[in-house]
Design a protein around this ligand. Structure first.
Ligand SMILES: [Zn+2]
Length: 468
């Protein structure tokens, strides 16, 4: 199925080069001085200009994850409303123009209601409509059929031709009205079923499209309808897996080649994670959380580009799943980590400092400081423990080594808090940060610690637990 957010295949792409070296290929890149906004298959994203090194304008074509085909699946049947009125046809359209006065004269005669007079009006309007279609004036052609139907409301040929014009204009709901009337006049018409299937398919009502095309096949087998039916059934199974992309807490979208099985697996894991975080952090996000599975780009917490996920998140989980078909242990870690960011962000009214965000997210995903403890203790011993007050904002300016150190230190800090007072201390701290004017005030109010105290507590914790 075409997704509403799929981007146009014809636009050229730009490359946003970040200061940390990452390159993002995107469409419609807009630089307003403070922020850079761009289009991806997941929609519009915004990043701070401060993390952007430069924007390169390329000429190659950005290929979208999915694209819509504008070709209808079935063709329009040729149906003459009436036969045997060639003289009327040649008089209604001549010298490359519609003879409206002749048609008006026929209408006057048809008001008497004789069958022949009505048939002549139908033939004349049909001829005029077909001529107008050949001139590209579909709206005027539609008017011709509507006028003819005033005199011959049951004429299936007029109704079908009118429906075809609506269908070609993608006015699928508009097409259903003449098709309903045609069905009442001709209940066993395969053409009515074929076109009604087209209308429903176009309106994205796949179940009804399938029912109509099945009916058309029963009435009159048609290879074209058979193919359309197969396509619709494929779409339906795709759409079913897409619909399963909604659960009580999540709204999942996936693009490109992400497998339906993978999407379902991810949702199962996320629902489990949600319940766990809900009880650990004593918080329930009020709205469904949007999850977007990417197959095109890799994101922050896989590459460890600091701050990047927060900048992209917008409350949505952007999960790279390139090449995956099942939820691997690594992916499970990423899911828990990203979902934790959503909880921490919302519970703290998006005021949690980065060290707390990343520390809690790593702790929840199951990371512990064992492997890093020695290096962290050494660094602290040389007076290099990072000042937490300076680690609240974006980590984008940090080099790779500094970023790795910032992640590791943040995890150790969070471990020490949980060691001292349990996860409930994290929960209380987040609640206080949501309302307190500064993070350090919130820290003092809840844990009775300054930033320096917290760093000292962290070193003591690392030594006690990991140094034997
Ligand atoms: Zn993170």
């Amino acid at each position: 199925m075409c997704l509403a957010l799929a981007v146009s295949a014809s636009a050229s792409a730009d490359t946003i080069v970040l200061k940390n070296g990452r390159r993002i290929v995107a469409e419609n890149v807009i630089d307003d001085g403070a922020r850079v906004t761009y289009q991806t298959p997941a929609g519009q994203l915004t990043i701070p200009k401060s993390i952007v090194e430069r924007i390169e304008h390329d000429d190659f074509v950005y290929s979208p994850a999915s694209s819509a085909s504008s070709q209808p699946l079935v063709s329009a049947p040729k149906v003459e409303p009436v036969r045997g009125y060639e003289d009327v046809v040649t008089r209604a359209v001549h010298d490359d123009a519609v003879d409206y006065s002749y048609i008006a004269q026929l209408e006057t005669e048809a008001r008497s209601g004789t069958t022949i007079a009505v048939a002549k009006v139908a033939a004349a309007h049909h001829a005029a409509a077909q001529f107008l279609v050949s001139k590209g004036d579909t709206d005027a052609a539609i008017q011709q059929y509507r006028q003819a139907l005033v005199f011959a409301p049951q004429n299936v040929g007029l109704l079908l031709n009118l429906a075809v014009l609506y269908l070609r204009e993608s006015q699928f709901t508009g097409a259903l009205d003449p098709l309903d009337r045609a069905r009442r006049a001709a209940p066993d018409s395969a053409d009515v079923a074929k076109l009604t299937g087209w209308a429903y398919y176009g309106a994205n009502k796949i179940d009804q499209a399938i029912a109509e095309w099945q009916r058309a096949e029963r009435l009159r087998p048609d290879p074209e309808v058979e193919q359309a039916l197969e396509k619709a059934e494929r779409d339906k199974s795709e759409e079913e897996s897409y619909r399963e992309g909604e659960t009580i807490h999540f709204d999942l979208k996936y693009y490109g080649g992400a497998a339906p099985d993978l999407a379902r697996g991810i949702l199962r894991v996320l629902e489990d994670d949600f319940r766990d975080l809900e009880s650990q952090l004593d918080y329930t996000p009020p709205e469904k959380i949007a999850v977007i599975l990417y197959t095109e780009q890799a994101f922050a917490d896989i590459t460890r580009a600091p701050g990047w996920v927060g900048a992209l998140n917008d409350g949505r989980l952007l999960i790279p799943v390139q090449g995956l078909t099942t939820v691997t242990p690594e992916l499970a870690h990423v899911l828990k980590h990203e979902l934790t960011h959503s909880f921490v962000g919302q519970k703290s009214h998006n005021r949690a400092p980065t060290w707390l965000q990343e520390g809690v997210a790593q702790w929840m995903e199951g990371r512990r400081s064992a492997a890093d403890a020695g290096a962290l203790i050494n660094a602290a011993g040389q007076g290099m423990a990072p000042p937490l007050g300076a680690m609240g904002g974006s980590w984008m300016g940090l080099s790779g080594n500094s970023a790795a150190f910032a992640y590791a230190w943040s995890l150790a800090v969070v471990e020490s808090i949980i060691d001292a007072g349990g996860v409930s201390d994290i929960s209380r701290l987040l609640d206080r940060i949501a309302t307190e004017s500064s993070v350090e005030d919130a820290l003092r109010e809840t844990l009775h610690l300054s930033y320096d105290d917290l760093n000292q507590q962290t070193v003591a914790y690392l030594k006690r637990i990991y140094l034997r």
